[in-house]
Design a protein around this ligand. Structure first.
Ligand code: PEP
Ligand code: MG
Length: 603
């Protein structure tokens, strides 16, 4: 949207609020262009010096990557830092580097050209692959190649920024996110990427504001442009006016003040004014996040996305490796519960299994992969069982679409228990098994699934995409992805009722559980547990502590009569404003859809 603001023209782009905070400053347009190289012939007596140039550049590149690795390890933990070990391994690949050295000797050409020519061959094969995992690895090869070439040419590395900047890029790899954070980075803005992407997750851990999925940011912005990033509301403003800057600063101030009011809430229970208690737990993907979740007052892990373990790997972790990780998490969280979800690979998530599918979200994903790969599934089930000795571990199955899948998974669980009994390995014999309700057929069959399982957990991220036929990662249809669509709310209600009819506990681990506008409604619908991203935990607790269950029920009854998502959102936002007048209204601004129009769509 282009709005006339006095003399200055503001351009407002909307995207996904991936990491909270406001950032205003100068843009740095980061484009991953390979430095220009061209072939140059060498005289015989120049060959040795050229080999030395290459050697020096490799040594410098390795030193830089080692530094980044240890920085990432310090700031984010060893698991997240593993990505950089893979890059260092490329540098140390003796076959690849040997081939480049041989070509310098035989072809008598310059080092930067031969590095480009040789490495690019591999990179192209990888990026042409239909397998997303291999495509991702091509980015690593790309990064390493650029680093070596820049070091040969003695060029300034992109990771060394002058002064404070906001990074604007088509996309950011986890490596970019960490590398830039070493500088005075104020924020991240990208054309692609969603709330659950790794760049988003790392930005939140690094506490750097980020708005992703802006689609056209790199087309509109030049390096040096003044931009403002609203990581709370998911907007980027190019050439912001004085008034806009002031209003964003005020917004930041109000949100910070509200955050201060939440200090100390971590040690209080998630209990309504009429004393109904809720389990308020965290959604995590990496072991490194556990401590932060505890600090935020998490009373358990409602969803541990075990596929986070696959980041930067080409094979599945062994049973022992998995058992060590799960045990450490269960111990850290004890006595609170930890729901370990079995690998949800496929869809838009990475996978060490080669996948080539036309329609991956409707394809080989989650429990389907596990049931088709019994060895992998049994390894994971045994690892989970080994971590269950303190009896605070539960199993969660993703992407279930029929009863047979749960029955089959239970057979494998029995087999895993039998294997461990033979090995005299202790485990919780009464371990609870839950089912994610995230596919419409599972929602329809919720009663039968509740009979079959020990508990249900509603995965609204997928449930909404499958129920409303809206790709959760596609910005073109983002406005149709509606948490408050009456169809979604009625489905959530029927799942909760189905679980309760069979005496089963029903939680929610989709992003809707962490939406402050939804909290009162979900309490009123009878949800037993909220599992949310750790940063939002205190806010959700504050809302729960500010309401009465009996009032929330009335709110839910009223919502169930409203016919459109707009009316529902507006009604709920008004209730939150009434119950929590000091809560920043921006967080509840239902008129945002009207203010910020999406950037233009292709015809
Ligand atoms: C969900 O679908 O709501 C969910 C929590 O799972 P994920 O986001 O990992 O697909
Ligand atoms: Mg899901």
């Amino acid at each position: 949207m282009i709005a006339e603001e006095g003399k200055s023209k503001e351009v407002i782009l909307t995207g996904i609020a991936a990491s909270p905070g406001i950032a205003i400053g100068s843009a740095y347009l980061y484009s991953k262009v390979v430095p220009k190289v061209s072939p140059r012939s060498l005289a015989d007596d120049e060959v040795d010096a050229e080999l030395q140039r290459l050697q020096d550049a490799l040594a410098r590149s390795e030193k830089e990557l080692q530094k980044i690795h240890s920085f990432a390890e310090q700031k984010l933990g060893s698991q997240s830092a593993r990505i950089f070990e893979a890059q260092i391994m490329i540098l140390q690949d003796s076959v690849l580097m040997g081939a480049i050295r041989n070509r310098i000797r035989n072809e008598k050409k310059n080092a930067e050209y031969l590095v480009f020519d040789e490495v690019d061959k591999y990179r192209r094969i990888m990026s042409d692959s239909a397998d997303e995992y291999i495509q991702e690895r091509a980015h690593d090869v790309d990064d390493v190649m650029n680093r070596i070439i820049r070091n040969i040419l003695d060029q300034k590395l992109f990771s060394r920024l002058e002064g404070e900047s906001l990074i604007v890029s088509e996309s950011l790899t986890p490596a970019d996110t960490v590398i830039f954070s070493r500088n005075q980075v104020l924020g991240y803005a990208t054309d692609f990427g969603g709330f659950t992407s790794h760049a988003a997750l790392l930005s939140r851990s690094l506490k750097i504001p980020a708005v992703l999925g802006l689609r056209t940011a790199t087309k509109h912005i030049k390096t040096g442009d003044c931009i403002a990033l609203d990581g709370y509301g998911g907007a980027l403003i190019i050439h912001p006016s004085e008034e806009t800057i002031e209003s964003l600063r005020r917004k930041e101030q109000r949100l910070k003040e509200f955050d201060k009011k939440l200090e100390g809430i971590a040690n209080l229970p998630a209990e309504t004014l009429d004393h109904k208690r809720y389990e308020l737990s965290a959604n995590l993907e990496l072991q490194d996040e556990v401590e932060y979740a505890i600090q935020q007052g998490s009373q358990g892990i409602g969803l541990y996305r075990t596929e986070g373990q696959l980041m930067g790997r080409q094979s599945f972790p062994s049973e022992d490796e998995q058992a060590a990780e799960y045990t450490a998490i269960a111990e850290q969280m004890f006595p609170h519960p930890v729901m370990l979800r079995t690998f949800d690979i496929g869809g838009d998530k990475m996978s060490p299994v080669p996948l080539k599918e036309e329609n991956p979200f409707l394809g080989w994903r989650g429990i389907r992969v596990s049931l088709d790969r019994p060895e992998m599934f049994l390894d994971q089930l045994r690892a989970i069982l080994r971590a269950s000795t303190k009896k605070n571990v539960r199993i969660l199955l993703p992407m279930v679409s029929k009863i047979g899948e749960v029955r089959k998974a239970k057979e494998y669980l029995k087999q895993a228990q039998h294997d461990l009994t033979l090995r005299r390995c202790p485990f919780d014999k009464n371990i609870k098994l839950g089912v994610m309700i995230e596919v419409p057929s599972a929602a329809v069959l919720a009663e039968e699934l509740a009979r079959e399982a020990d508990f249900l957990s509603i995965g609204t991220n997928d449930l909404i995409q499958y129920l409303l036929a809206v790709d959760r990662g596609n910005n073109m249809v983002a406005s149709l992805y509606q948490e408050f669509n009456p169809a979604v709310i009625r489905t959530v209600k029927s799942i909760i009722d189905a679980g309760h009819k069979h005496g089963k506990w029903v939680g929610m681990c989709g992003e809707m559980a962490g939406n402050p506008i939804a909290t009162i409604l979900l309490v009123g619908l009878g949800l037993d547990e909220f599992s949310v991203a750790p940063p939002i935990l205190p806010e959700i607790k504050k809302i729960i502590r500010s309401i009465k269950f009996k009032d929330a029920r009335k709110v839910a009854d009223k919502v169930l009569t409203l016919p459109t998502e707009f009316e529902i959102k507006e009604y709920l936002a008004a209730i939150v404003k009434e119950k929590l007048p000091d809560m920043p209204v921006e967080a509840l601004d239902t008129s945002q859809d009207k203010l910020y129009v999406p950037s233009s769509k292709p015809l």
